[in-house]
Ligand binder design. Structure first.
Ligand code: NAD
Length: 252
């Protein structure tokens, strides 16, 4: 159990990659705070994680936390609640994210702002809210969800690409600022992964995505969760400031 007794806060953990990561973390022995927008979805995810913990015999505690990462007061309250309960915070996974796609000429300011607010500002809020604690501990891990779109851009994703490029900038900056204090910061850049975020993508486009990937398929949420678990663990103790692409060779 590579994450035994580590206290981990995962945002956007009610479904998709975040839920797969929460499930993986409890199987690895972590105590996990499942944070997401809707209380009912959070409760369902907590139930699933507790079942996984029991099946794995990990003894993990799993806590649900209703949280909108765009609301700084909520983020501060969520981190305070984790500290009140566990007394420390070892791992933050900044996973919450949304898309609102449109070409440059069609994108509304509301679409632009919504995606920047969650995918960029939300990551900033959460990292800033945990940084003092991790520095005081002299240890901690911050993992950020970027994307291959944050490496080479994507048609129709001005807002999303800007945020995901920005997340890589955060990662490199924070790894320099916090590395000397014992805190590692890394990003994961998934390719196209089968989660509800792809629900609005037409099947024809999904087929062309599959064709572009040397492995000829979309990724599974568990394949991203595995990388988060490795990066969160002490096995990754000398990995800092990197972006790990998990994309089936998409960018080769
Ligand atoms: P998803 O839509 O399945 O899940 C995202 C979760 O984030 C949802 O549960 C949602 O409620 C939550 N969320 C949204 N806004 C929030 C907010 N303001 N506060 C708290 N929670 C919020 O998405 P996913 O595919 O699992 O993606 C997870 C992360 O991985 C995102 O950051 C996404 O950009 C990134 N990513 C996904 C893919 C992919 O192909 N699926 C590829 C690259 C990167």
């Amino acid at each position: 159990m590579r994450l035994l007794n580590k206290i981990c806060l995962i945002t956007g953990a009610a479904q998709g990659i975040g839920l797969a990561t929460a499930l993986k973390f409890v199987r690895e022995g972590a105590h996990v705070v499942v944070a997401d927008l809707k209380p009912a979805a959070v409760d369902a995810a907590v139930t699933a994680c507790l079942a996984a913990a029991q099946a794995a015999g990990s003894g993990s505690q799993v806590i649900g936390q209703a949280l909108n990462v765009t609301d700084r007061a909520q983020v501060d309250a969520a981190v305070a609640a984790v500290l009140a309960r566990f007394g420390r915070l070892d791992v933050l996974v900044n996973n919450a994210g949304i898309t609102q796609d449109a070409r440059l000429q069609k994108m509304t300011l509301a679409q632009f702002d919504a995606v920047i607010d969650v995918n960029l500002r939300g990551v900033f809020h959460c990292a800033q809210a945990v940084a003092d604690t991790m520095v005081a501990q002299g240890a901690g891990v911050i993992l950020n969800a970027s994307s291959v779109v944050g490496i080479y851009g994507n048609f129709g994703q001005t807002n999303y690409a800007a945020a995901k490029f920005g997340v890589i900038g955060f990662t490199k900056t924070w790894s320099r600022e916090l590395g000397p204090k014992g805190v590692r910061v890394n990003a994961v850049a998934p390719g196209f992964v089968e989660t509800p975020i792809l629900a609005t993508v037409p099947e024809k486009v999904l087929d062309s995505m599959r064709a572009d990937v040397p492995l000829r398929r979309l990724g599974q949420p568990e394949e991203i969760a595995n990388v988060y678990a490795f990066l969160a663990s002490d096995e990754a103790s000398y990995i800092n400031g990197t972006v790990i692409e998990v994309a089936g060779g998409l960018t080769v």
